[in-house]
Design a protein around this ligand. Structure first.
Ligand SMILES: *[C@@H]1O[C@H](CO)[C@@H](O)[C@H](O)[C@H]1NC(C)=O
Ligand SMILES: *[C@@H]1O[C@H](CO)[C@@H](O)[C@H](O)[C@H]1NC(C)=O
Ligand SMILES: *[C@@H]1O[C@H](CO)[C@@H](O)[C@H](O)[C@H]1NC(C)=O
Ligand SMILES: *[C@@H]1O[C@H](CO)[C@@H](O)[C@H](O)[C@H]1NC(C)=O
Length: 250
């Protein structure tokens, strides 16, 4: 039995109300030919713009993205048993997100988005007690993770709501699947700073990055889902769905 529980705390902002259509929001029509191409380009325009931050909707810059705390607790008989936290987290790379595909279900308006990130770098302070693959791990200190060629498929479940004469997306859930093409990492001060053990453990984890990444995949998927839902809610609470899709039917 795998039990994962995780908490991502981001700075919360109050919704600031409807804004005028920003120039980075391109309207597509779902009943017109080429809708998928149009919406793929539209979501790319959005991903090009919002990482710089958008004060009108209370969105802080996303590249670098600051996350005060990520808690990871996973027990059970899987390849990973960890009790860990990452604090003072900086995530670099969201500004260069490539949008490969976006489609919108014509009935439910749920959307399916395929994204690619060439690089994502995470720096932070970790505290860790647990086991990854066969290695027992214990430590507290600085760490970094550097991943490349990350492919993300995100399915967003939405409810359309009407307010102020507009439709709004209420994002109720995001389901993320992802794969990565490479991972380098370093955790400083493992085992109370026994340097030889720290170095050999980090060398082992780097040499076995693929099973390490696979074993962490459920935890990381949940982390990406929590971060994405927070960002998308901020966007869609304030920017009407009608700005994105010009022919929404009631
Ligand atoms: C896809 O959309 C972009 C942006 O609107 C446009 O420049 C391009 O010609 C379209 N491609 C196709 C195959 O329709
Ligand atoms: C996880 O670690 C924290 C801090 O070290 C501790 O307070 C908590 O009891 C631990 N939880 C479990 C289930 O081991
Ligand atoms: C948090 O990270 C920043 C750099 O991103 C650093 O300047 C600051 O000292 C860190 N805070 C702690 C408590 O380590
Ligand atoms: C979104 O939908 C959920 C489930 O119906 C509801 O509990 C929540 O209040 C809605 N959020 C907003 C901002 O309307």
């Amino acid at each position: 039995m795998l039990r994962t529980s995780l908490l991502v705390c981001l700075f919360l902002h109050l919704a600031l109300g409807v804004i005028e259509q920003p120039d980075y929001v391109k309207t597509c029509f779902k009943n017109q030919p080429g809708f998928i191409n149009c919406s793929t380009h539209a979501v790319q325009a959005l991903f090009n713009a919002i990482p710089r931050g958008e004060p009108r909707i209370g969105l802080d810059p996303l590249d670098p993205l600051k996350v005060p705390k990520i808690k990871i607790l996973q027990g059970g008989g899987g390849p990973v048993t960890v009790n860990a936290s990452l604090t003072n987290v900086t995530v670099l790379g969201f500004g260069k997100t490539q949008v490969l595909y976006n489609s919108v279900d014509p009935v439910t308006y749920d959307f399916l988005t395929k994204l690619r990130l060439e690089r994502l770098r995470i720096d932070g302070l970790y505290e860790l007690l647990g086991r990854i693959l066969v290695i027992p791990l214990r430590g507290k200190g600085n760490c970094w993770f550097d991943a490349k060629n990350i492919d993300i498929v995100a399915k967003s479940d939405v409810i359309l709501e009407k307010r102020d004469g507009f439709h709004f997306y209420n994002v109720t859930a995001i389901h993320v699947k992802f794969s990565i093409g490479g991972l380098k990492l370093h955790m400083y001060n493992l085992f109370d700073g026994i340097k030889a053990l720290e170095d050999s453990t980090n060398a082992y984890l780097n040499a076995n990055w693929r099973p390490v990444a696979e074993s962490l995949n459920p935890i990381l998927s949940k982390t990406i889902e929590d971060i994405m839902i927070d960002i998308l809610r901020k966007v869609f609470d304030n920017i009407p769905a009608d700005y994105f899709i010009g022919d929404i039917e009631d």
